[in-house]
Design a protein around this ligand. Sequence first.
Ligand SMILES: [Zn+2]
Ligand SMILES: [Zn+2]
Length: 343
Amino acid sequence: MQLYNTLSAKEREALIEEAGKERLTISFYQYAHIKNPELFRNHLFITWNELDVLGRIYVAFEGINAQLSVPAENFEAFKKHLDSISFLENVRLNIAIEQDNKSFLKLKVKVRDKIVADGLDDNLFDVTKKGIHVDAEKFNELIEDPDTVLVDMRNHYESEIGHFKNAITPDVDTFRDSLDIIENDLKDHKEDKKLVMYCTGGIRCEKASAYYKHKGFKQVYQLEGGIIEYTRQVQDKKLENKFMGKNFVFDHRRGERITDDVIANCHQCGKPCDNHVNCANEACHLLFIQCEECATSMDQCCSTACKDIHALPFEEQKALRKGKTVSNKIFKKGRSEVLKYKK
Ligand SMILES: [Zn+2]
Ligand SMILES: [Zn+2]
């Protein structure tokens, strides 16, 4: 029985191109009580692998978080399989606006401690006592209310390229950090203000809203399905779009354009730009915003130091890397002293 990937990303890319079929980029999540995540993981892998589903899926005792690419022609079968699992029946699927056949090139289903690394002790509060879910229409109404405080629950590099008008965008690296900042900022308004939250696909707000209710906030709302679903509804129902810029996404596209507003700037020259890249020096890999001119002059690197390393023969680069950890990948998303224009 095949339980893991056998094709490399390159081989997969070639196969997708050859097939020339339309694929859908889909994400969904569900908090649930999964008794045996390992067994569930294997069941998903076997079924989805047969349906040629690709993507990154996390399974934990607390639920499932999935980002997938599904061949359009297998969508019905995929949906039917989801509906056959009790806690995934009619689960809301976020379908990406810009279609991209190569959003994922492998099927990776991983068992984790949690479906989102949120740094919270879940025994302290009941995650099922969540806030009031609102759709795009209600959300637009709510955020015009003078008693509303609108909070972006994402990290700094996400809100930097796009966010809702008048939203508070905490300058944080982690979800856990923003929880404390917001609580502290609003500690005198737990009852009189409406706390309205949003994130990429809704999953972070699910926990955050339960957390704030546990902390004594009386009016807690969350944008159902996050920015992804909001954008779909706004287009579908011809509502006013109150989002500006790009929605940061965690696949190779980095961002999905929602409006033409460019609210960020190149971290190297300061001109308007909202294009995230990773530093081409493998040992650095820093995520930052770089315009095309800077990409050319800097050889797609974040600094002259990285540019020099990147210019070395591969073997020499490897020798330099030996014994050093690639901590940038995890801890320095978009933060580095070399980035003059990072606000
Ligand atoms: Zn630039
Ligand atoms: Zn670099």
